[in-house]
Design a protein around this ligand. Sequence first.
Ligand SMILES: Nc1nc2c(ncn2[C@@H]2O[C@H](COP(=O)(O)OP(=O)(O)OP(=O)(O)O)[C@@H](O)[C@H]2O)c(=O)[nH]1
Length: 430
Amino acid sequence: MHSRDVRPPPIAAPPDPLPALLQQAIDQAFNAVMITDAGETDHRIVYANPALCRMTGYALHELLGRDPRMLQGPQTSAQVIAELRSCLADGRFFKGSTFNYRKDGSPYLLEWNISAVRDASGRITHFVSVQHDLSALATAQDAAAVFARALDAAEDGVLICNPQGIIEFANRGYEKITGFSPVEILGHKPSIAQSGQHSPDFYATMWKRLQQGLPFRSVFINRRKDGTEVHCEESITPLHNLQGELTHYVSILRDITARVMADQAFREQLQYDSLTGALTRSSGSLHLESAVAQARARGAALSLALLDIDHFKQVNDSFGHPTGDKVLAKVASTIASCLRSDDKIIRWGGEEFLLVMPGCDASSAVATLERCRRSVQQACDGLLPLSVTLSAGVGQVAPEQVLSDAIERIDQALYRAKQAGRNQIQTAEP
Ligand SMILES: Nc1nc2c(ncn2[C@@H]2O[C@H](COP(=O)(O)OP(=O)(O)OP(=O)(O)O)[C@@H](O)[C@H]2O)c(=O)[nH]1
């Protein structure tokens, strides 16, 4: 067989006469079609196409000759039917929607329009109605309503923004977390709850990911309507339609403020020594390093001091460990009361404290230490039958000095203070 012999199939000739074509078209139409006569009091079904039979579940012979009212039921709107009758009585076009009932008794949501059919003299002889089953749409709307209710019932906050970042939906969870009701924030941007705690870099990273079509997850510190801060674990996901166009951003927020606060409290607990309230040696060391780095960066003075309670073993041995504890706590609180707010006190050893004094040169550090020494002696006066005194070594950290060297020299100064009879301050060799 040669390809050039292949000819297109002949085009089917239109059925003749035209009414046959119309019959075929209506029989095969997707929409349900019904024709009734235009009786004085009631209307009889004279035609129903297969789509209408499928929609109602009735066979054609069960419909023919019957009144379309056979399809109505309890949920059929009397108001819509009254409107329909009035339109038909006047020969006007009707369009409406209500529930009708299938043969098996199940309701379906129907949208239909009815036109009068007139003969050559203009007399209405029939009505033709084209009907459309909206049940699937109604189910989808029901499903959308269920989703909306589910979103509102969720504990987590949900925000939906358009591509310009304008809030189009906020659930009750968002209101619970931030205090902003949906009415208050619809049409605004989520920045309405911004706390100012994040850097421009944070937002730049966020937008970069979102513009790449990727979700962004992080802990956001937001500001509630009442001005307090709320920590939220938040994910923002860009949504695209089938054409790949960005349609929305969906944010889901979980309030983790209680957890963050508990973590902070726990970290603070670890940071501070429970007996004396001073920084622990490990957290104090971090603070010390950053104080040195800051002093160097700013070219500012920084002084350190090591203080040690004199003959403390004797306190424990003579009056017991619990009394020793009370003395330790009293000494620490008295030292702290002699310091400026920027100064830090670290429990460096059992009865030894390290003071970090930023912006303080050697001579003012000595003055501070003298104040501590005298205050401790006075504060503990009468606490025990013996006097509680301190010895200390103090020194300013030179700009290029290695921190451990500086501490070593201050420790040597403390040793000299002990050797020289205690209850005194010695300055570290430069
Ligand atoms: N009550 C109590 N005692 C502590 C604590 N930590 C360390 N000590 C005691 O502090 C004492 C330190 O003793 P030493 O290092 O001999 O020093 P000192 O008796 O103060 O003598 P000098 O420092 O030379 O004046 C020891 O008896 C430790 O048991 C504490 O948390 N509570």
